[in-house]
Design a protein around this ligand. Sequence first.
Ligand SMILES: C[S@@+](CC[C@H](N)C(=O)[O-])C[C@H]1O[C@@H](n2cnc3c(N)ncnc32)[C@H](O)[C@@H]1O
Length: 271
Amino acid sequence: MTADLTPSPPPGVDPNTPSIARVYDYFLGGKDNFAADRELAEQVLTVAPNARTTARANRDFLVRATEAVAEAGIDQFVDLGTGVPTSPNVHEVAQRINQDTRVVYVDNDPIVLCHARALLAGTRPDVIAVEGDLREPKEILENREVTAHIDFTRPVAVLLVAMLHLLTDEDGPGRLVEAIRDRMVPGSYLVLSHVWDDPAGVARAAAEEYARKGASAPVVPRTRQQVERFFDGFELIEPGLVHLDQWRPTEGMINAGVDDRFGLCAVGRKP
Ligand SMILES: C[S@@+](CC[C@H](N)C(=O)[O-])C[C@H]1O[C@@H](n2cnc3c(N)ncnc32)[C@H](O)[C@@H]1O
């Protein structure tokens, strides 16, 4: 008899339901994914061959935007919909600029929390990971761990990167952003990226694959106008709402090209 050496998933993790976090991890070349996640990812690539490049471009935007906001003086970050830890993580980027930066990671996927806590255990006390569902924004903003860690009387950066398109209109993504904005003092920042409802319908075709395979959350592409509306009450910093590879590009960065643009992003400052 041969022993089954397949590692068992951590408690609470269902390996048979494709998880948004693990599919994204697969696109980024990570190892924290199961067969069901890889199957869905490969299916998505048949209708959206640039999904992998888009995931990379999204993660690179997150890094550049975190740097920009940290350089503007922000030393507290709330990363909502964190994803499986991917180097460099938000705290690593921000703490390169100010080593006293505090970061809260929030996600509702058990594998994300398991890895985030393992990664952070024994490191600095200024970085924590909290379980929370963004469909309940009040609970997150009033969570005692969050409020003990983040001083909302001072400017803060809230990251909603590749996150709001996982909420349907009924889930209230606008309500979530409003609750965050109301909690922020002037000088705070909102960092946001979102799957674009491209005219060729590629993002919608990919979204259908997520639905067909019963992924852990739906994917809801939105138009430019719909994404822009999430920034009501914020002033967009340069260069405004653009495609992922157009936000303050750096030398040597992947330039997606016009046919490879399925994400929109921007950084807003509360005046
Ligand atoms: C595509 S990943 C993005 C990760 C990271 N923000 C980035 O852009 O690199 C989206 C993350 O949002 C999380 N998520 C999805 N729906 C959520 C919800 N309702 N509440 C909290 N987290 C959620 C998923 O578990 C996943 O980790």
